[in-house]
Design a protein around this ligand. Structure first.
Ligand code: ADP
Ligand code: MG
Length: 240
């Protein structure tokens, strides 16, 4: 059974239909990369999966369970999310940001939560910055805290929404490095990104979304080198 299955997902904001029947499946350990123009519905799609927004039609299943019927806390624990603008709490240190979900959602005692948070900060190379506040960290460091925060919850799947788009070019590599390591370790990842090097090297499947529809989905080498649709070729050609 697929870890994640979307069937004919539709989403509108008021009268504007943003997703027009999106369907795909991914398995555990897959690294699925989604690309598409600004406004094509990429963020909306990710937000529907962990129910930051509700769908208007179709279904989404996580490990066979309809996410619509799941407890929201349970869903957010099982499906992590990494945001373009980090979404860290400014008044909490790096380690404080990572422990929050552990104490509030997983109900871990604070000592245990702290130890676990430190383990994951270490994993993204930030043990020494544990007591720094977000304002004292670079964008790349902030995003690595965001990734540690997701990982610490032991999710089945992590959604990445343009995790490097807010970063200065020289800081992108450190975040992609962490994402590549996760991919190598078998983390299941659904990533919206314009980083075509990452898509080529790490993706098991690449999807081109345009105007709320999947135009083309397949192995990255197929979309890059032998796409079925001219629109895919034009879009990927502009990025690379
Ligand atoms: P992408 O991430 O591909 O740039 P989005 O999913 O953010 O695209 O947006 C798709 C469309 O939905 C855009 O037209 C955007 O203006 C609209 N949209 C996104 N979020 C909202 C919202 N919360 N309320 C109203 N419209 C929205
Ligand atoms: Mg977006």
């Amino acid at each position: 059974m697929s870890l994640l299955r979307l069937e004919d997902v539709e989403k509108s904001y008021g009268k504007e239909e943003v997703l027009h029947g999106v369907g795909f499946e991914m398995d555990t350990r897959d690294v699925d990369v989604i690309v598409g123009p600004s406004g094509s519905g990429k963020s909306t799609l990710l937000r529907c999966i962990n129910r930051l927004t509700e769908i208007d039609g179709g279904s989404i299943f996580l490990d066979g369970e309809d996410v619509h019927a799941m407890d929201e806390n349970d869903l957010r624990r099982r499906v992590g999310m990494v945001f373009q603008d980090f979404n860290l709490f400014a008044h909490r240190t790096a380690v404080g940001n990572v422990t929050l979900g552990l104490t509030e959602v997983l109900d871990l005692p604070s000592g245990e939560a702290h130890d676990r948070a430190m383990e994951f900060l270490d994993r993204v190379g930030l043990a020494e910055q544990a007591d720094s506040y977000p304002a004292e960290l670079s964008g790349g460091q902030k995003q690595r805290v965001g990734i540690a925060r997701s990982l610490a919850m032991d999710p089945e799947l992590i959604l990445f929404d343009e995790p490097t788009s807010a970063l200065d070019p020289e800081l992108i590599g450190e975040v992609l490095g962490v994402m590549n390591d996760l991919a190598d370790e078998g983390m299941t990842m659904l990533c919206v990104t314009h980083e075509m090097g990452f898509a080529r090297s790490a993706a098991t499947t690449l999807t081109f979304l345009d105007d709320g529809r999947i135009v083309e989905r397949g192995p990255p080498e197929q979309l890059f080198d032998d796409p079925e649709h001219d629109r895919t070729r034009e879009f990927l050609g502009d990025l690379t």
